[in-house]
Design a protein around this ligand. Structure first.
Ligand code: SF4
Length: 239
């Protein structure tokens, strides 16, 4: 299989079958903590990076060959080897997946394109969106996510606020904490103000445990993560 991977077990999604909508590793960010390594093509342009008919054919084949295993799945997840919303056909992919399976569809995104109304509209048939927002402080946002220059933190925040207003499914906001970059308590208080505006169903705190794009990246210690959770309030959980 070229575009389908897993099933992968995770604490937040249970057992999910992954689909990548971009080749390795096309992304609008180049996060210091990325488990996939450094971004090879940093892109902002949306196009059909992988022909969606090939993805759908592969998915049909997977379900045909794995009928028994499919019964244990909790989600189909669009994520993979890059930023899935860069694929301009993501909306069509979601519609086509719904014709193959009744499983809920999760989209894991870095939120960089959510300020585009067309992107939010294309995601409207998903069941769960897991966007990330690591910092609202410009310096640390740039330091941790290393976005393509066209991408602005204000646009990401607007996109997230509008997504929550328009999207009928669940939104779980992920914050990846990196020691010394975005774990300052003042930064977290600013983040909390914005999170209250976005109003996601959940906020999930994470810190890198596996290999990262930059070797000097360090996880935040447990005690500090607990403190950050306390600041972010009751909808926040540590994953
Ligand atoms: S947004 Fe995701 S895929 Fe892109 S660099 Fe960051 S962690 Fe990696």
């Amino acid at each position: 299989m070229k575009y389908i991977y897993g099933p992968v077990k995770s604490r937040r999604l249970g057992l999910s079958l992954g689909i990548t909508l971009t080749p390795y590793k096309i992304c609008s960010f180049n996060c210091v903590y990325c488990q996939l390594g450094r971004t090879t093509l940093q892109a902002h342009e949306r196009k059909e990076y992988i022909p969606i008919q090939e993805i759908i054919n592969e998915l049909k084949l997977w379900f045909f060959n794995n009928a028994q295993q499919a019964k244990n799945l909790n989600y189909i997840t669009l994520s993979g080897a890059g930023e899935p919303t860069l694929n301009i056909k993501i909306g069509e992919v979601i519609i086509e997946i719904k014709k193959i399976t009744a499983l809920p569809i999760a989209v894991i995104t870095n939120a960089s394109l959510l300020n585009m109304p067309s992107v939010r509209k294309e995601l409207c048939n998903a069941d769960l969106i897991v966007p990330s927002l690591d910092s609202v402080d410009l310096t640390s946002f740039i330091k941790i996510d290393r976005p393509k220059e066209e991408i602005k933190i204000e646009g990401i925040i607007d996109g997230l606020v509008n997504l929550r207003k328009e999207f009928k499914g669940k939104v779980w906001l992920e914050v990846m904490l990196v020691k010394g970059i975005n774990d300052g308590l003042e930064q977290v208080r600013k983040l909390k103000e914005i999170i209250d505006k976005i109003n996601p169903d959940k906020v999930q705190l994470n810190s890198p445990v596996r290999s990262t794009a930059e070797p000097q990246v360090q996880a935040v210690d447990k005690k500090r993560i607990e403190k950050i959770k306390e600041i972010l309030g009751e909808r926040c959980e540590i994953i």
